[in-house]
Each structure stands twice: as structure tokens, then as C-alpha cells.
Design a protein around this ligand. Structure first.
Ligand code: URA
Length: 245
């Protein structure tokens, strides 16, 4: 874990807003390993250092985790369902942190779902403003002609506005259906299904295989893994560039 500025640590721990945390520091209410912090620039490691505010140790400073689940069809990607349907958290019962999915995948969709206890990261990666690329393999009814794929890339009109694919290509075709690869940057509800319906080829199966720089790979259905340090670094870089824009 990298060192972070003390006021940022307090804000992340939910003690106070960044500004209030700065005040706490300048008022001499914060100590690191027994030493009162006297300047705002001081850095600490929230997982190793003993940080106290008004003499009380910062508790519940959870390490940030980012998990990748291969979601099977028939599971909701929300944390709870009032109707009691199975949710992706059923696969993550041993994970003690409160984690949230990064963006949604439909009940009948499968594939890559990121989950994290880092609210900022979840926000940056799923907010439409940040335009993170998502790649899907899609089985559709029929075989779309090239001009229909061009239409998807130029933009189709949906009831909540225009939607465009970054790329879209045919990967396999049969007599009555075909598989395509499509890349989109938005996360509007049922976006890919609605885009293919708009060109007259309803989606039969939908699988997400990439989310930004992260790839699903060959993880079996219902299994999850932690991201590797390399993958985390790529996501953090993406988060940093997106939050600057
Ligand atoms: N587009 C959809 O239609 N559904 C999903 O779950 C994701 C993208």
C-alpha cells in the first residue's frame, strides 16, 4: 500500500470530508504512531501506521479489494433483490468486505463483473462520463449485414438517445443466428440488447469479456479471483486519467 496524505486517509476512512480532515490536522487532533501531525503534507500508511484522531485509533480501515467474477446467467448483479432472486453475492459469501458491482450485467447476461469495496473506483469505472470501454460477445437472431454493423458504429436511435458502438464485427455465423463482438463505452440499461433490436437482430445471448483493460480469460462460471497487481495498476491509471477529464 502506498503512502497517502493523512487528510486523504481520514476522508477515505469516512471520518470527515477532506476539508474537515485538514482542519483536524491543523488543530493538532491527529497523530501517527504517537506523534502529533503538525503539517498537512504528512503521509502515512493506513494499514500499517497507528493513526489516531482525538486519541481514538482509526478503525475499519479496510484494505481495498477488487474482484473479478465470471457471472453466470440467472443471477442479479445487484447486492440485494426484494424478490429474493439469486444475486452475484451468493458466490462471494466468504468475502467479508461490503463490495459493490462496478456497473451492471443483466440477469440473463454472463461474463466479467468487477466488484470492489472502493466506492470511488466503482464510480469512476461505471459513470457514463468516464466512457470506459466494455467488450461483449453477443449471439443474435439472424446474420446482420455489413450495412447494419456500420449503422451500429454510426449510431442508432434508442428511446433515451443515440447509441454508438466503438466497433462491431461478425465473428461466427450459422443459418439462423450469429455471434458478434461489440465494444461500447456506455453502461445504459440493456444498451447492447436495445442496439441490436434497433437493427432488427434481437440478442439471444450476451457475454461481457472485457471491462476497460481487464479481461475475463478462462475463469470458470461462478468463480472469482482478485485482480493481479498489474491489473490493479492498469485500473488505477485509468481511474486517474478519467477523473482528470
Ligand atoms: N448491455 C445489455 O443489454 N445488457 C447488459 O447486461 C450489458 C450491456
Amino acid at each position: 500500500m502506498a503512502l497517502e496524505r493523512i487528510q486523504k486517509i481520514l476522508a477515505k476512512a469516512g471520518i470527515a470530508s477532506r476539508r474537515e480532515a485538514e482542519r483536524m490536522v491543523t488543530e493538532g487532533r491527529v497523530s501517527v504512531n504517537g506523534q502529533v501531525v503538525e503539517r498537512l503534507g504528512v503521509k502515512a500508511d493506513p494499514f500499517k501506521d497507528h493513526i489516531k484522531v482525538d486519541g481514538k485509533r482509526l478503525k475499519h480501515f479496510e484494505p481495498k479489494i477488487i474482484l473479478l467474477l465470471n457471472k453466470p446467467r440467472g443471477y442479479l448483479s445487484t447486492a440485494k433483490d426484494p424478490q429474493g432472486r439469486p444475486t452475484v453475492l451468493d458466490f462471494l459469501k466468504n468475502v467479508k468486505s461490503r463490495i459493490y458491482p462496478v456497473g451492471r450485467l443483466d440477469f440473463d447476461a454472463e461474463g466479467l463483473l468487477l466488484l470492489t469495496n472502493d466506492g470511488d473506483l466503482a464510480h469512476h469505472l461505471s459513470h457514463p462520463r468516464f466512457s470506459v470501454r466494455k467488450t461483449y460477445f453477443v449471439k443474435v437472431a439472424g446474420v446482420p449485414e455489413e450495412k447494419k454493423l456500420i449503422q451500429l458504429k454510426r449510431g442508432v436511435y434508442l428511446e433515451d438517445g443515440e447509441a454508438k458502438a466503438v466497433s462491431c464485427s461478425l465473428i461466427r455465423q450459422k443459418e439462423k443466428n450469429s455471434w458478434l463482438r461489440i465494444v461500447v463505452t456506455e453502461g445504459r440499461n440493456h444498451l447492447v440488447k436495445r442496439m441490436f433490436s434497433a437493427i432488427g437482430h434481437p440478442v439471444l445471448k450476451l457475454k461481457r469479456v472485457e471491462y476497460g483493460p481487464i479481461q475475463l480469460g478462462d475463469l470458470p462460471f461462478g468463480q472469482f479471483r482478485s485482480l493481479t497487481p498489474d491489473e490493479i495498476e492498469k485500473l488505477r491509471k485509468l481511474e486517474a486519467t478519467k477523473s482528470k477529464n
